[in-house]
Write a protein that binds this ligand. Sequence first.
Ligand code: SF4
Ligand code: SF4
Length: 437
Amino acid sequence: MNLPPSHLRNLDYSVVQQCMHCGLCLPTCPTYDATKLERNSPRGRIALMRAIADGEMEATKGFADEMYFCLGCLACMTACPAGVNYAELFERARAEAEESGALKNPKRNLLRALMLRWLFMDLRRLRTLGRAIRLYQQLGLQRLARGCGILKLLPRRWRELEVMTPAIQPRFSADLIAPVSPSRGAKKYRVALLTGCAQDLMYSDVNRDTAEVLARNGCEVATPVRQSCCGSLHAHNGEWNLAQELARKNIDQFPPEQFDAIISNAAGCGSHLKHYATLLAEDPVYHARARLWDVKLKDIHEWLLEIGLDSPRAQGAPAQTVTYHEACHLCHGQKITAAPRQLLRAIPRLTLVELPESAWCCGSAGIYNLLQPEMANQLLDRKLGHIVSTGAQIVATGNPGCLAHMTNGIRRQGLSVRLVHPVTLLAEAYRKERLGD
Ligand code: SF4
Ligand code: SF4
């Protein structure tokens, strides 16, 4: 039978047929755990994808809804003994869902066009929006709007989204980090730092801390002012062509030939950034450079441990306990689990206590918490319950999405724990060390 081409049909068939239906992934899947329905499980979703690849089924609205109910957390990939590449299947399936038009409606089309095709394709636009939100927050208008009850006039969904508006940093990365930060001490490596999109708006301080920590560990850090989104948002939301366009831009802006490593401190971005060669597999101009790019792309924890992290010297800081939440795209997407723990253990007077279900998704999952708030909040409550059970004063995690989502939950529940990127804790320890020099 001659089937028309499609994202799933174009995919190497060995990827589609790899699942042997053993079901070992089912207990690790948060959506299956919540509903106990086969169609909400990895095995069920892969069966749907295969039916489309085999031409037995079209991409219907039911299929598209199912693909958007999946968190893309990749816990199933860690559990799978057959090595099913769920990450690639998931991205292709969402692209298939978008191409089918099954979810199209004017409101959704407009929002997607604004966000994916306009806002995140040029970060100057995103920063302009960030500045406007910052002004709204700094002038006290947000507090006023929340206090006077005017927000009750908004539709319920808008009110829910308003509550989730992140705090925008007073200064973005380009104002905090020099285009080239010299290494402190002998220069051993030349690295580039990706400052991200949402990360730059919400956690530019983490970017500054990352640059400081790298410099303290013998790296000269290039942080170009002009940067692009990594494209993970586009790839995870069915915009394959835009994701490819952004991958090419990034390779041009950060020529991999010029650096020992290209550093990401955002787990979700890093997981996507390490697969540009797959994304550009059929691009004759960029594929070879994309392969080199993938080799050079390093998560910050991974890189620091690889080059031999220089532990901060002990100082008189008060003893504290920290627990570690594993961002899905760090532990499942990049298989990095030991390095962040080693980094935390290297900090004087910090005691790491293990978090139960540390690798279970918190519900953030890119923009999943905006699209599927009910499931996202269920997962958030489960995560916060475990955090409370540890009694830790600090929760560390290496992804801006998790940080923002959990910040909202912590505020809502009135918990007194500090939520922070591991690199910030390390940067603080180095600063204390300098004060004691
Ligand atoms: S990515 Fe996560 S939510 Fe989706 S099928 Fe796999 S385990 Fe389940
Ligand atoms: S995805 Fe892997 S673990 Fe899940 S049913 Fe298929 S082969 Fe088994």
